[in-house]
Ligand binder design. Structure first.
Ligand code: HEC
Ligand code: HEC
Length: 293
């Protein structure tokens, strides 16, 4: 028979639990006060929480979960915030759409709003190609200067952003420079002459005899887009070839490659991606970068 009366540890005077391992006996000390305090505190807290906040999954036959007395809902909060932002945005949008750029830029508050909205949309969507602040990269025009392929008025910029360039959109700006070399419209020596011609028109040192030979070829093949004086044509997005500002590079190899087969840079259409206010804000932002007309 085992003795069930509690055994008392002779050293500490505390009862043991009766558990023993290899002669070591467990003392039956009471739980510390702080531990019990936290334990009961948590129990009380969770009961109060269940009552106030959504907490329990629904019982069978009920929808969702228990709602809690406070009816708190993250989803509801987000919906309210989104509705507020939409309302603010559409108020800003109608103000932006109602005024021309001069008026927008004169209205300090409105222009600050447009610029900050435009700047953040630009950073998220345009800077990958055009560089931060629109500084440009090879094949991606610098937007922070007054050299424009298609035009630098607010209306021109907005149109470009809406419909894109060679984007496939219905109203996209599109002109395709022919592939003079690849498609055999010009012979290699004619292309070499044209490389000298373009180099000389942009202010570089070039072979004079080649420039003379190239002049009639340029007038026949190139002037319809780049202009008889090679200063470009914005209605066709054909760059000015005399300004030494290059989209694809002004060294001989780059010029030769452009004439051989066109680059056909693609700028996406943003009309479907953004609301009117964002597009107008982007146009105001790009216009403000330094080259707006
Ligand atoms: C995938 C790369 C890419 C992205 C992204 C992009 N662009 Fe472009 N963008 C281009 C290219 C390439 C051109 C020049 C096309 C050409 O050869 O005419 C261009 C041209 C433009 C032009 C015309 C410049 C001129 O000189 O007439 C404007 C304005 C412009 N982009 C604004 C924007 C804005 C604003 C955004 C963001 C909403 C944007 N781009 C996003 C590639 C891009
Ligand atoms: C149908 C119109 C058209 C014709 C014709 C045309 N071009 Fe172009 N050219 C363009 C366009 C548009 C671009 C813009 C680049 C692109 O495709 O993204 C361009 C770009 C260039 C560039 C690059 C400029 C830069 O800044 O890097 C050079 C150089 C050039 N053309 C030379 C010529 C020469 C030389 C001829 C005649 C043999 C010619 N082009 C005929 C439309 C034309």
């Amino acid at each position: 028979m085992t003795d069930h009366s509690p055994e008392v540890d002779p050293h500490s005077g505390v009862e043991t639990t009766g558990h023993e391992w290899d002669g070591i006996k467990e003392l039956n000390n009471p739980l510390p006060r702080w531990w019990r305090f936290i334990f009961w505190g948590s129990v009380v807290f969770s009961i109060v929480y269940w009552v106030l906040m959504p907490a329990w999954p629904a019982l069978p036959g009920m929808q969702g979960n228990t709602r809690g007395v406070w009816e708190h809902s993250d989803r509801g909060n987000v919906a309210v915030a989104v509705a507020e932002a939409r309302a603010e945005r559409s108020a800003l949008g109608s103000q932006l759409m109602a005024r021309d750029v001069g008026e927008i830029l004169k209205d300090h508050e409105l222009s600050q709003l447009a610029l900050s909205l435009g700047e953040s949309a630009f950073g998220d969507n345009c800077a990958t190609c055009h560089g931060s602040g629109g500084r440009g990269a090879k094949g991606y025009p610098r937007l922070a200067d007054d050299v424009w392929l298609w035009g630098g008025s607010l209306g021109d910029i907005e149109f470009t952003i809406r419909h894109g360039i060679r984007s496939g959109a219905e109203q996209a700006r599109t002109t395709d420079m022919p592939a003079f070399g690849r498609d055999g419209f010009l012979q290699p020596d004619q292309i070499s002459d044209l490389v000298e011609y373009v180099t000389s028109r942009s202010g570089g040192a070039a072979d004079p005899a080649a420039v003379v030979r190239a002049e009639p070829v340029f007038q026949k093949e190139c002037s319809s887009c780049h202009g008889v004086d090679a200063r470009g044509d914005r209605t066709k997005g054909a760059p000015n070839l005399t300004d030494a500002d290059w989209l694809y590079g002004g060294d001989r190899a780059s010029i030769r490659r452009t004439i051989f087969g066109p680059r056909g840079g693609v700028m996406p259409a943003w009309q479907e991606r953004f609301d009117d206010a964002t597009i107008r804000a982007l146009a105001v932002y790009v216009h403000s970068l330094g080259g707006g007309e």
